[in-house]
Design a protein around this ligand. Structure first.
Ligand code: ADP
Ligand code: GLC
Length: 482
């Protein structure tokens, strides 16, 4: 199959979260299955020299784009996904991508991602690349199914194209004032949902859900959750209205990137058979962070975007109390909303010998925390898939998670009677739940035999992309042909 895969992030070039990991890995594995897949992403100015090995695509230079009253020119520079021959088409349009952050709250935010979507389809035309599949990811690319039915409907190149809308996070929908309808172009009014058609704001993700040939999301449990009023963030009725439903495919892990036996950031590698490298990594990180704690003190890690989704509100009262009463050290890495940054900063201030908060984004430290920690905390309010709990399993770092979305699908509660299970899982989104989970983990940590068994159970799990990519392939193949 010929596949155009379009996303707003791709690791290692531009990343704010798990979408980048998926866009950097899934295409490679679809390529390994024999598909002709091409990736389209913005050339953000922050990518800079990381995209050094690129050449201008001669058929797509200075291409004019009219978005309503706005006029842009874009050019494509072609690279490769690292260590693959998957073409990576960077959309170069400094007017919209020369910003300090990937996302902005500026007035032209919709234009920035209209440029991406239009550039992807215009480039297919210029390359005479007739995609069997246009694979859209999240709201930034959610208007392409609609564009294929309107602006590009005339072009036989797209006559057999099927569109797939993958939802990585339904909490972000891309909702813009009705007036932006002119920027989309084409005769879309008759196809928009009724409220948008009659003057209301335009919700991009809703239109993606309504017009794509298939809607997928990143775990089976999240596929069920978003079809309910509680989990649907207002789109549940649109999702339920789809006769074919929502297909849940758990994300995979890129084990070439996340493997304690080969991790390029680790000095001390390790495997399930010999965990001495994990102990050495813990010691080294504690020393580097200047934390005067013993090897026997359990170390808990957190690596996260600090947003309401991630559930850290539950820690405001519980974590200070637990740190005050139990032997525990914490290393947290993340940035985001001020109230969470302030909370972790205050925690470090109150427990300077046992808590380190690193505010910011830091790839290497993220790997070190995964490897050095004994346990990893993800108390998410909702979690479409979540990748860090799967990384943690591989690194022998016991995940403590709430039973939601992909966390529910990838971590099994430890059962002392069968000695099965890979982590600590709590059900209710309340302080009592996380309080119970952390205490349970700390108690279990003292039972060295049980702990080692949980660690080994986790390290034996396999969430490789090889298998998950086949599920995407099967989903593509099952799409009705026109
Ligand atoms: P989400 O996409 O909702 O942020 P995921 O668990 O799917 O959650 O993916 C998060 C990804 O981003 C992981 O690869 C994680 O290691 C990485 N990450 C998140 N915050 C940071 C940070 N501050 N520094 C480095 N990596 C981070
Ligand atoms: C989103 C979700 C996360 C998921 C990631 C990749 O950012 O919040 O749970 O793992 O996308 O699909």
């Amino acid at each position: 199959m010929r596949i155009a895969f379009v996303a707003s992030e791709v690791a290692p070039f531009a990343k704010s979260g798990g979408l980048a990991d998926v866009a950097g890995a899934l295409p490679r594995h679809l390529r390994d299955l024999g598909h002709d897949i091409r990736l389209f992403v913005p050339l953000y100015s922050s990518i800079g020299q990381r995209a050094a090995d690129v050449t201008p695509l001669s058929t797509a230079q200075g291409v004019p784009l009219y978005l309503g009253p706005h006029f842009y020119r874009f050019s494509i520079v072609e690279g490769r996904l690292p260590d693959t021959n998957v073409p990576l088409y960077f959309v170069h349009c400094p007017e919209v991508y020369d910003r300090t952050t990937l996302y902005t709250d500026g007035v032209d935010e919709h234009l920035r991602f209209l440029v991406l979507q239009r550039a992807a389809l215009e480039t297919c035309q210029r390359l005479a690349f007739a995609p069997d599949i246009v694979h859209c990811n999240d709201w930034h690319t959610a208007l392409m199914p609609l564009m294929l039915k309107t602006l590009y409907a005339w072009d036989a190149l797209f006559g057999a194209t099927r569109s797939v809308m993958s939802i990585h996070n339904i909490g972000y929908q891309g909702i813009f004032a009705h007036g932006t309808i002119h920027d989309i172009g084409g005769d879309v009014r008759g196809l928009l949902e009724p409220a948008a058609a009659s003057g209301g704001p335009i919700n991009w993700l809703r239109e993606g859900v309504r017009h794509a040939h298939a809607v997928t999301t990143v775990s089976p449990t999240y596929a069920q959750e978003i079809c309910t009023p509680l989990g649907g963030h207002g789109l549940d009725a649109d999702l339920r209205a789809r006769p074919d439903g929502v297909i849940g495919i758990l994300n995979g892990v890129d084990y070439s990137e996340w493997n304690p036996a080969t991790d390029r950031y680790l000095k001390h590698h390790y495997t399930a058979d010999d965990l001495s490298g994990k102990a050495a990594t813990k010691r080294a990180l504690l020393d580097w962070l200047n934390l005067p704690v013993a090897d026997t003190t359990p170390l808990m890690g957190i690596v996260s975007r600090l947003t309401v989704q991630k559930g850290f509100d539950l820690l405001f009262d519980t974590l200070p109390e637990i740190l005050a009463t139990r032997d525990l050290a914490l290393v947290a890495l993340g940035s985001g909303e001020a109230r969470y940054e302030d909370f972790f900063a205050r925690l470090q201030h109150r427990f300077p010998d046992r808590v380190v908060f690193h505010r910011g984004y830091h790839d290497e430290l993220a790997h070190l925390i995964e490897a050095a920690s004994d346990m990893f905390l993800m108390p998410s309010m909702y979690e479409p898939c979540g990748l860090n709990q799967m990384y943690s399993l591989k690194y022998g770092t016991v995940p403590i998670v709430r039973r939601t979305g992909g966390l529910a699908d990838s971590v099994q509660m430890w059962d002392p009677s069968t000695r099965q299970g890979t982590g600590i899982v709590f059900n209710d989104f309340d302080a009592g739940g996380v309080w119970w989970a952390i205490h349970t983990a700390l108690d279990l940590y003292k039972d060295r035999d049980a702990w080692l068994q949980i660690v080994r159970n986790g390290m034996a799990q396999d969430f490789s992309w090889e298998r998950q990519a086949r599920e995407y392939e099967a989903m593509y193949l099952a799409l009705p042909r026109g």
